[in-house]
Ligand binder design. Sequence first.
Ligand SMILES: Cc1cc2nc3c(=O)[nH]c(=O)nc-3n(C[C@H](O)[C@H](O)[C@H](O)COP(=O)(O)OP(=O)(O)OC[C@H]3O[C@@H](n4cnc5c(N)ncnc54)[C@H](O)[C@@H]3O)c2cc1C
Length: 367
Amino acid sequence: VIIEMVRFKEIHEVDIINRTITVGPGVINLRITEHVNADGYHYAPDPSSQKACTIGGNVAENAGGPHTLKYGVTVNHVLGLEMVLADGELVTLGANHFGQPGPDLLGLVTGSEGTFGIITKITCRLMPNPEKAVTMLGIYKSVREACESVSNIIGQGIIPAAVEMLDKIIIYAVEKALKPGFPLDAEAVLIVELDGLSDGLDAEANVVEKLLKDSGAITVKRALDEAERAKIWRARKEAFGAIGQISPSYYVQDGVIPRSKLPEVLDEIAEIAKKSGLTVANVFHAGDGNLHPLILYDYGNQQEVEKAHAIGEEILSSCIRYGGSLSGEHGIGIEKAEWMSELYSGNSLDNMQNVRAFFNPENLLNP
Ligand SMILES: Cc1cc2nc3c(=O)[nH]c(=O)nc-3n(C[C@H](O)[C@H](O)[C@H](O)COP(=O)(O)OP(=O)(O)OC[C@H]3O[C@@H](n4cnc5c(N)ncnc54)[C@H](O)[C@@H]3O)c2cc1C
């Protein structure tokens, strides 16, 4: 049985005074921000898929996005939800504010991938739009230096709104598709965005610019106006789609590692790719250490399909070895279920199964 939630796309209530919005799970992520933008607010978690993904899917996956480095992921922005349990009972979790007494069932359900119930209504926090944003593009001759820059910025106590990395292959693909003006001779670019109150933001941007240069950036450009900023973000958010310019298919892996390990793991991914003979491109949430290696292959070529899977597994194993985890934001699903025992003890997995069995005793919900 497939349950399609796309028609649950009603915006039930906007409460600007209390900064909340209550929507159906079929509402597209970006629609929330579009709905409240004129009032000076936005919904902070901004997956790169935000033009297409739904808020219900976001809650089920505990989605993140470029700006979650500073603002947090979905679980930090969902205040309450209504859910149908496996036996048909309609329950409400949370409320229209944080800090409900008792166990955090809302937190438990967020990220449960549809295995605990069907979400039918969601109340989210609205965030005031920042007074100002400064978007910078650090241009690098090596991926390693770009990776090192990330820890250098955060190690100085500065938390940018976003730090995203695109490697040479992605730069080529987005230039072909969207022409954002990224340099084709760079090995990597880092998009660093700072936001907040106008006062002091330029001074902070100067500090970040110096840190980027000290870590090896050959140039640091700043978006001069909103149009330039939008161009940079469009290139980042549509980078997966741009791969269509250079490969018939791609397989996106989603692993997460401590950000300080980015240089080593990116080196290892390059080695894995070289050994396999397939190309692996990288575009990812560098500030969070959330990798998205895109394995380029031809779906019509069985050998390449098998190789792509093998590369994905090697990358995951590398993430675990460096102290990371199986998924940053795309979830476990069926694909990674068998990998759970690589990361969790039998006891932990039994406990997870017990919680799941409580919500889903007859296995009626997502597998
Ligand atoms: C190009 C691209 C870029 C992406 N970038 C990001 C990113 O930056 N950050 C990120 O976190 N993810 C990203 N993703 C992954 C994906 O978009 C997210 O996981 C998103 O949250 C899924 O939403 P969806 O509406 O597509 O859900 P679906 O894929 O339709 O569903 C996801 C899961 O949620 C369950 N589900 C959906 N609705 C409900 C409901 N109402 N009740 C219970 N369970 C439900 C489904 O059964 C399924 O298991 C990206 C994907 C693509 C293709």
